[in-house]
Each structure stands twice: as structure tokens, then as C-alpha cells.
Design a protein around this ligand. Structure first.
Ligand code: KG4
Ligand code: ZN
Length: 331
């Protein structure tokens, strides 16, 4: 019998629990999304998010454990940062309470590292030919709060090469969708609108040459100015915006992959669910690109359990005094 880890994730607006065996086989994966609760405000309201986590955390964990005996669980992995303090506290305290009661180790997991570990989960094989991760690899984490380019030399060995200097890629999608009146969350809304448009409008790309950093706030401002001028279809604006983001993410990631001579590129985070982006990566990368299926790109607890498994293997467990670190970074 393999090593089963219960993963818990509450860093933002998804309450999630999952059981994963040996860091790769998903036994259960439960995600309770709060999108409907926050949609009317146009974004996540932190106080509302933590209250919602409190309501759903125990039912979500119970559902994830429906088919699994507690005796079969080897540890509880939980996201302790980065994220919203009040939201993180709900997951961390639930994990600590259960771990203490069940005499299990609690394993604090960095949410950004967890996103990367979605690539170890069994169903992560979009590129077809290869699914096994080989080191060194280059990880692009593109989520609502982060756009990080990270060199991974082995389990737990991360070196941050670049980050966003202003808006994260997902944040740019969310803000662009708001400007275009497409609603929240913006990424899927822009992707839908873009599917019937052509990327024919000129929008800027911030290349930031000599650096692996990203910047998306200029693009957002250019989009706003374009919309003020008017006379264009929303579909064409959405398609042009999506292409501008993809151009920069793909070109800069591939340049770094060449420079650091990596074996593979690993995509992760909510924006990696974008099909136009992943198609572009697959078409132009000189090395294999691993991309989790869309539901494992966005926040989930299977990736937390997969990451926690490797921590446990390396003997990296936390104490029952584990606390949240809202501003935690990677590398
Ligand atoms: O990783 P994630 O679920 O949560 C964070 O850790 O932030 O990422 C959420 C972000 C949001 O900004 C959302 O608009 C974006 O990922 N996103 C997408 C798509 N699906 C989600 N962006 C572009 N295209 C998508 N299909
Ligand atoms: Zn995330």
C-alpha cells in the first residue's frame, strides 16, 4: 500500500481537500468554489472568503475522506502561504486540529510550490509523449496573485529567476475582463470572448530585456485607452489582449529555458488553463512542456497533497505551531 496524504487548501477563494497516493495518484479531489459568493463584488472579498471557508471546510474534508480510512493516511499537508491571512488560518487550523487528534504529522506547504507539483499528478499529461518530470526544469507559475519563473533543480530546490513587477498574469486577465464588462473571474471570460475574435489590434508587450521579470500593467492601461476610444468588437479586443499576454509569457519562458538548458518546461497556476496560451507553448518550445489539465491548474488540494508527499519523503514536516505566512514567496 502506498503513502496517502490528505491535502487541504484554503489560500484564496476555493475550499479544497484531496487524498493523493505516492504524490501522484488522485484518490479524491473536492473543490468548493466561492465564485458565486464573490462575483457580485467583482473580486474576492477577504472577510467573506474566510467566513465561507469556515462553513465549508469540514464538509469538504469529510467528502474527500468518504472512500478512505483515516488509518491509511500518513500525513496532512496544508497550504500555509502565500494567500489571504484569514483564509489560510482556516485551513491551517483545521489541519493542525485533525493532525493532533489523529496523531498525524502536519506538513506546511507553500502554495506556489504546490502549483508546480500539479505536474506530478497522474492526469497531468497534456503533452502526450512524456509525463515524467526530469530535472532541471523551468517552472512558470501564472496565477491570480503571481507570475514567477522558477528554476527547479530537484525536489524542494527552487531558484526564482523572474517575477512580475506589477500585475500578475491572472490579475491582468481579471482587470481586462472588468474593463470589457465581462465579469469575474476574468480569465475564462476573456478566453470565451476571444474565441470568436481575431487578435488584430495593436497592444504593447513589455519585454524587459536583460531580465526574466514580467510586467502587465502597461498592457492593461493600453487596453483601457483602446476601449475608451471605442469602435472595436469586444471579441477582437479580448483576442488581442490574450495574444499579447501569451506572446510575452511564451517568449520569455522559452528564452530562459534555452539559457538554463533545462530538460522540460512545467506550466502551472490558473492562467495555464488558457488553451490559447498552452497551444502556443506546445507549438514553439524546444523542450517538452508539461501542463496539468485545467481543473488542476486552478486552486485545488491534490497539488498540495502531492507537494506534501515529497516533503514527507525528505523528512520535512512542520510542528503543531505551524503558522500562516501570507507573504510567503518561492525560491
Ligand atoms: O491559481 P489560481 O486558481 O489561484 C491563485 O492562486 O491565484 O488562479 C486564478 C487566476 C485568476 O486570475 C483567473 O482569472 C485565472 O487564473 N484563470 C485564467 C483562466 N482560468 C483561470 N486565465 C486565463 N485563462 C483561463 N482559462
Ligand atoms: Zn493558486
Amino acid at each position: 500500500m502506498g503513502t496517502k496524504i490528505l491535502g487541504i487548501e484554503t489560500s484564496c477563494d476555493e475550499t479544497a481537500a484531496a487524498v493523493v497516493e505516492d504524490g501522484s495518484r488522485i484518490i479524491s479531489n473536492v473543490v468548493a468554489s466561492q465564485i458565486d459568493v464573490h462575483a457580485r463584488y467583482g473580486g474576492v472579498v477577504p472577510e467573506v472568503a474566510s467566513r465561507q471557508h469556515l462553513l465549508t471546510i469540514i464538509p469538504v474534508i469529510n467528502r474527500a475522506m468518504t472512500e478512505v480510512a483515516w488509518q491509511g493516511i500518513s500525513g496532512i499537508a496544508v497550504t500555509f502561504g502565500p494567500g489571504l491571512a484569514g483564509s489560510l488560518l482556516v485551513g491551517v487550523n483545521a489541519a493542525k486540529a485533525i493532525a493532533l487528534a489523529r496523531k498525524l504529522p502536519v506538513i506546511g506547504v507553500n502554495h506556489l510550490e504546490a502549483h508546480i507539483y500539479a505536474n506530478w499528478l497522474d492526469s497531468s499529461s497534456l503533452c502526450g509523449e512524456t509525463r515524467r518530470v526530469s530535472f532541471p526544469c523551468l517552472c512558470l507559475i501564472v496565477s491570480g496573485g503571481h507570475s514567477d519563473l522558477v528554476l527547479m533543480k530537484g525536489h524542494g530546490q527552487f531558484e526564482k529567476l523572474g517575477r512580475t513587477r506589477d500585475d500578475a498574469a491572472g490579475e491582468a486577465f481579471d482587470k481586462a475582463a472588468r474593463i470589457l464588462g465581462l465579469g469575474y473571474p476574468g480569465g475564462p471570460a476573456i478566453e470565451r470572448a476571444a474565441s470568436s475574435g481575431t487578435p488584430c489590434l495593436p497592444l504593447p508587450r513589455a519585454w524587459l530585456k536583460q531580465s526574466h521579470d514580467f510586467s502587465f500593467s502597461g498592457l492593461k492601461t493600453a487596453l483601457w485607452l483602446l476601449v475608451q476610444k471605442g469602435g472595436f468588437s469586444v471579441a477582437d479586443v479580448a483576442a488581442s489582449f490574450q495574444l499579447a499576454v501569451a506572446d510575452v509569457l511564451v517568449a520569455k519562458t522559452i528564452a530562459a529555458a534555452r539559457q538554463f538548458k533545462v530538460e522540460q518546461i512545467l506550466l502551472s497556476g490558473g492562467v495555464a488553463a488558457n488553451i490559447a496560451l498552452t497551444r502556443r507553448f506546445l507549438a514553439s518550445s524546444p523542450v517538452p512542456v508539461l501542463i496539468p489539465p485545467p481543473h488542476l491548474c486552478t486552486d485545488n488540494a491534490s497539488m498540495v497533497a502531492a507537494c506534501g508527499y515529497h516533503h514527507l519523503q525528505a523528512g520535512r514536516i512542520s510542528g503543531y505551531d505551524l503558522d500562516v505566512v501570507p507573504s510567503l514567496s518561492i525560491g
